[in-house]
Structure formats: C-alpha cells, structure tokens
Design a protein around this ligand. Structure first.
Ligand SMILES: Nc1ncnc2c1ncn2[C@@H]1O[C@H](COP(=O)(O)OP(=O)(O)OP(=O)(O)O)[C@@H](O)[C@H]1O
Ligand SMILES: [Mg+2]
Length: 306
C-alpha cells in the first residue's frame, strides 16, 4: 500500500488528466501528422504566449536541492558523481543538460527519473518528494510521472513495436480494454502506425527511437527525460526526433534532454552545463533552433544518392 501523503497529490494531479488532440503538418518530414494525447492542464499553454508564461510562472514541476550521489566500489573506492546539484524546472520548459563524459549527466537523469536515489539532498516531482521513497513507491511514481527515452532505445528485441509501446501498462492501472487503442494512438502520433507489427531489428535507428518516444508517452507522463536521444542515429533522424520533442514541448510537455552535441542542445530553451558533478553554468539559448527548419537545410536524400 502507498502512504496517503504520497497518494493525495498524485490522485489530485491525475484527476486533471483528460485527452486533447492536435494535428500538425510537417511538409518535409515523414512524421507528417502528430496526434498527441496530453493532459488537459497543458491546454492553457498550447503555444509560447505571454498568457502561458503568466499562468504558469510559478508552476515548478521539478526541483532538486543540493543533490549528491557517491558510488561505492568495494570498501575503499568512492566515486563522487554528483556534488551538490540544485535545479528548478518549470512546467512546459525544454531544458538541455550538457557536459563532458563522466560529468554526472546520466546519474542526474537516473535520480530525477526515479531509477536511483541520491546519497544526499532532495528531489521533488510535482510536489512529491521522491528522495526518501521505497523502491516500490519510486517505481509507482516513475510509471505515472516519467517518460524515459534512452540513447540505446532499450526496446525489447523480440516484441513488435506495439507491444513495446504497451510495456508501461504492465505496471499501471490503465483500463485493459483501452490499452491497445491508446498504444496505437501514440504510435500514430510519432508517424509509425503502419509499422506497429515490426520488431526492432526491422526498424531504422530513428524509427526505433520514435517507438521509444511513443512508449514514453503512453502513460501521459508529467515530464520526458531523454538521455542522448540522438546519440545513436544519423543527423537527419536526429532532427526528426527533435521535431517530435519540440512538437510535444509546444503542446506543453516538459522536456529534459541530455546531449553531447551543442547543436542539439540549442533546440532547447535553457542549457544546464555540468562539470565534475556540479553545475558550472546555466544559459538561456539566445537563438533557439527550430528542428523543422534545420531539417530543411540538410541536403535532400536523393541529392546525396546522385
Ligand atoms: N554504477 C556506477 N558505479 C560506479 N561509478 C559510476 C556508476 N555510474 C556512473 N559512475 C561514475 O560516475 C561518474 C558520472 O557518470 P555518468 O554516467 O553520470 O556520466 P555522464 O555525464 O552521463 O557521462 P557520459 O557522457 O559518458 O554518458 C563517472 O565517473 C562514472 O564513472
Ligand atoms: Mg551518460
């Protein structure tokens, strides 16, 4: 059983969830139409208007305070991966996290995503403090609140795309009769309805990542955490993933995206730079890139083939 103090805010926020759909036409992209189901609470911020920033100025979705994470290897070796990280993320923000290899980006994402616990410090997601939760409560919050996208896709090799997207339902109370329909809906939203029966080895890297994004969306998460989502795919497919993430963000989805690539990071609004487990700099992206425009600048596939 979950403690009532934990359940109340969750029930409150889940009660706001209803569906809203939109369509957007991307001329040069295979992701031609997105029909994305999001909680209604995002409706008020369907574009980056003044109204949205006014309405949600104080709406903090995620806060970490003085997070430390030390890994212990045997008795004597300690690896300090995070050394006092405090970040605040507003609902509807698109934030990138950059930093050299080993600077603690994945460690931070894993703690935010309830896959791991900090050694010290607190973390609050939609008002729920997760830093001291039991494993089972953490798994519950992860399933309800977090949509994870990984560099290596993490799809089940033997399951087709639809089964992969339905995987989060195994741990959820989503009505059984509606699961397949919902999974098809999100697959369609990432432009892959016609590939629902394909196994991962029958899909390109970009398509695999789009299946992973559909899986991340299927439970209507509060936040998408993407750890190097474009790291294992070519630049064209990478931009298609960024088109998708920017479209979700325009509809109000909060996105936190780790990347090594400055160009990819500039598709976000803010960049948090990590160095040796600490924040070295937080910068606003002055000239934010639009992934659709960037894709159009790439040479066309048929030109490259000639
Ligand atoms: N499970 C673990 N056990 C021990 N040390 C770990 C573990 N996971 C990460 N580390 C160490 O913690 C530090 C931060 O690792 P982390 O994976 O967070 O870095 P990163 O910024 O994501 O790097 P990359 O860009 O290479 O993915 C590194 O020194 C790493 O070796
Ligand atoms: Mg990493």
């Amino acid at each position: 059983m979950l403690p009532l103090t934990f359940c109340l805010p969750l029930i409150k926020s889940l009660s706001n969830i209803t569906s809203l759909s939109f369509q957007q036409n991307y001329l040069s992209s295979p992701l031609k139409f997105f029909t994305i189901q999001l909680p209604l609470r995002y409706n008020a911020c369907s574009n980056h208007s003044e109204e949205r920033s006014h309405l949600l100025a104080s709406d903090i979705i995620l806060e970490t305070q003085d997070l430390f994470k030390t890994y212990f290897l045997g008795k004597d070796v300690q690896v300090p991966a995070l050394r006092g990280v405090s970040v605040t993320v507003k609902r509807g923000a698109f934030t990138a996290i950059m930093g050299p290899s080993g600077s603690g980006k994945s460690t931070l994402m894993n703690i935010i995503g309830c896959l791991d616990q900090p050694t010290k410090g607190t973390i609050t997601i939609e008002g729920i403090e997760t830093s001291r939760m039991s494993r089972s409560d953490l798994a519950y919050v992860r399933n309800k609140k977090i949509g994870f996208v990984f560099q290596s896709f993490n799809l089940l090799a033997r399951a087709h795309a639809l089964s992969n997207v339905m995987l989060p339902f195994v741990y959820s109370d989503y009505p059984k009769a509606k699961r397949r329909e919902r999974a098809m809906e999100v697959l369609e939203s990432v432009g892959l309805a016609d590939r629902w029966s394909h196994k991962p080895n029958e899909l390109s890297g970009g398509q695999k990542q789009r299946v992973a994004i559909a899986r991340a969306l299927v439970n209507d998460p509060a936040i998408i955490l993407a750890d190097e989502p474009t790291g294992n795919i070519d630049s064209r497919s990478g931009l298609e993933i960024m088109i998708l993430l920017q479209a979700l963000n325009r509809e109000g989805m909060t996105i936190l995206c780790v990347t090594h690539d400055r160009f990819i990071a500039e598709h976000a609004e803010m960049i948090i730079n990590l160095l040796d487990g600490k924040i070295s700099r937080i910068e606003e992206v002055k000239e934010r890139k639009d992934a659709r425009e960037e894709l159009q600048k790439l040479p066309k596939e048929e030109d490259i083939a000639q």
